[in-house]
Design a protein around this ligand. Structure first.
Ligand code: ADP
Ligand code: ZN
Length: 219
């Protein structure tokens, strides 16, 4: 089963992706994580090109597609992949279909996370991440270090109000078309609405499982 996670920054794609990956034994492919990793290595051929990430702007389709194609190859014979943060444009969605088709695979499920912008902003401003396992926390949980990796949590460089607003704008302008693209395809399209800041990740996860179960895709 290949799953695309669609939703604005802070909507819970990473957290839910992790829970789904564990539950269904799928691989997780986050373009944001891949880019942040490359940005730690000044000698990487894409280092200069990816500086744009720090401004909250989208990386070019050409670069994103090449990075994803390479990552899919490295995952080899995974049972399925959860795509987090990709595709973000229609051209990327088309490229993904091509890549999967060539392996006799397809996008089976799209999960579209809808969350009010004020909730998103509060989540992003309080977000802390584990630099090792990438698990996401919120300052209200009062963790200083990752309970699993025992390393200090960090704030992402692009989680400041100015850059967050640019990321929202990019999402609204460029990613809207991706919804239409998948609504017109024959994949299972699941709309999730989270309008309460206190809804826990586990509750959202259960909501996803029950939607998948309705379609015969989970028990
Ligand atoms: P978020 O969803 O919280 O904004 P991500 O970790 O998914 O964060 O992405 C971080 C940044 O990486 C984006 O703001 C953008 O600059 C870049 N990026 C990630 N995925 C893509 C993509 N599919 N296309 C273009 N740029 C991307
Ligand atoms: Zn960790």
């Amino acid at each position: 089963m290949n799953i695309v996670l669609l939703g604005p920054p802070g909507s819970g794609k990473g957290t839910q992706g992790q829970l789904l990956a564990e539950r269904f034994d799928l691989a997780q492919l986050s373009t944001g994580d891949l880019f942040r990793q490359i940005l730690q290595d000044p000698d990487h051929p894409l280092y200069d090109e990816l500086q744009i990430v720090k401004q909250g702007k989208l990386v070019s389709d050409e670069v994103v597609n090449a990075v994803v194609e390479d990552a899919i190859k490295k995952l080899g014979n995974a049972k399925g992949i959860i795509f987090d943060g990709f595709p973000r444009t229609v051209a990327q969605a088309q490229a993904l279909d091509k890549m999967l088709n060539s392996m006799n695979k397809r996008v089976d499920v799209v999960l579209d996370f809808n969350v009010a912008q004020d909730v998103l902003l509060q989540r992003l401003l309080g977000r802390r991440v584990c630099p090792d396992c990438k698990r996401v926390f919120h300052i209200k949980q009062r963790y200083v270090e990752c309970p699993d990796c025992k390393v200090q949590l960090v704030t992402r460089e692009d989680d400041n109000e100015e850059v967050i607003m640019k990321r929202f704008k990019e999402y609204n302008e460029k990613t809207a078309g991706v919804k239409e693209y998948y609504l017109d395809s024959d994949c299972a399209y699941i709309n999730l609405t989270v309008d309460d800041a206190d809804t826990t990740p586990e509750e959202v996860h259960q909501q996803i499982i029950s939607e998948l179960a309705k379609r015969g895709l989970a028990q």
